[in-house]
Design a protein around this ligand. Sequence first.
Ligand SMILES: C[S@@+](CC[C@H](N)C(=O)[O-])C[C@H]1O[C@@H](n2cnc3c(N)ncnc32)[C@H](O)[C@@H]1O
Length: 398
Amino acid sequence: MDERDARFLLGSAGQAALAQLAAEDLDERYTLALLDRLRQTLSPGEAGAALTTARLRQRAAAKFSRAASMVFTPDALEQASGEAVSRWRARRFTDLGAARIADLGCGVGGDLLALAAVPGASAVGVDLDPVRLLLASANLDANGLSASLVRADLLDPLPLAGVPAAFFDPARRAAGRRIFSVRDYHPPLDVIRAWPFEALAVKLSPGVDLGELWPYTAAGAGIEFVSAGGELKEAVLWTGAWGFAGCRASRVEPDGSGASLEPRGLPAPPLAEPGAVLYEPDPAIIRAGLLAELGAELGAPVTRLDESIAYLTADALVESSWARAWPVWDWMPFNLKRLRAALRARGVGRVTVKKRGSPIAPEDLIRQLKLDGQGESAVVVLTRVAGQHTALICGERL
Ligand SMILES: C[S@@+](CC[C@H](N)C(=O)[O-])C[C@H]1O[C@@H](n2cnc3c(N)ncnc32)[C@H](O)[C@@H]1O
């Protein structure tokens, strides 16, 4: 989308077209008919921009509660932080009590919305892209919020003074491809070395190489891994006044509330064969390496099945939002015939297959097991126990 398209969409003709499309079925099958109708009053470019935006609003509903009145480009929506996670992060800005907050690389405003809502603070969004800044302004309006917006290149000296706290969200994709090294982000992570903030948070890819963050963690920064809906969403580098030692795991709810598990430097749980319950920790716990801290949280002695696998096992079931759990009925070194016989002996006719550290594709195993679909359901977990390829037969999730 160029600046002209953006201005059209935000003007009265664009808004009327979007209102009309809000009531339509936007399925791909109707593209030609929808465009034909729009072109009765709009240019082909305007009609295309309106239809794309109407479809993006539908997709954006997964991230924003007011998506139906917001505006995006496909890339900007892809890059935008969801409301729940940005609200979760914004709580630390509230706790800090900074009167001014900068959102550096604000895009269409996914994070800026949460930062502009921090009580007692004024926010400023900075981005190089004039179209995104226009859309960010409209998105603030759509959410009843306000912030200043500044067009600037973050590689230049920052055009800000008297701003103690900032959030920086560098682009981690270029030309549709994911960027893996923090040195290749746009802008690269090391721009922050020249920035003067008392407290700065940086959003990073959840798969970030922790070795690359060493210069920052050695200077006191902490890393937070954040999950939502059972998915690992992001890593955040908390620097300056927000620094802490090690990696923290956080789990965010759809309303932006959440919980954190803090690093305590506990030794990894010992290795052992499967007990009565198999636990799969939340992905933020796995990524933060807090398996022992999870054991302490559960208050039950937990062990690991294998050095390199993040499943935990215990003899007792403890309900926790930090882990999913399955009762272990049986386990054996992986062997198709033996597994099939064990399932049949238990009257199991349907299985769900989970795996960690196994090369076997779940759909291949289900096909090869040739179960009759009748009787009990079970969960087959393919993993390693002390390095050996193992199948666990578990009951449905507890
Ligand atoms: C990951 S997106 C930010 C998404 C935003 N936080 C949100 O939730 O909507 C990264 C942003 O950085 C901006 N950007 C990249 N390089 C920049 C630079 N050198 N100066 C300023 N902004 C830049 C891009 O235009 C893009 O909007």
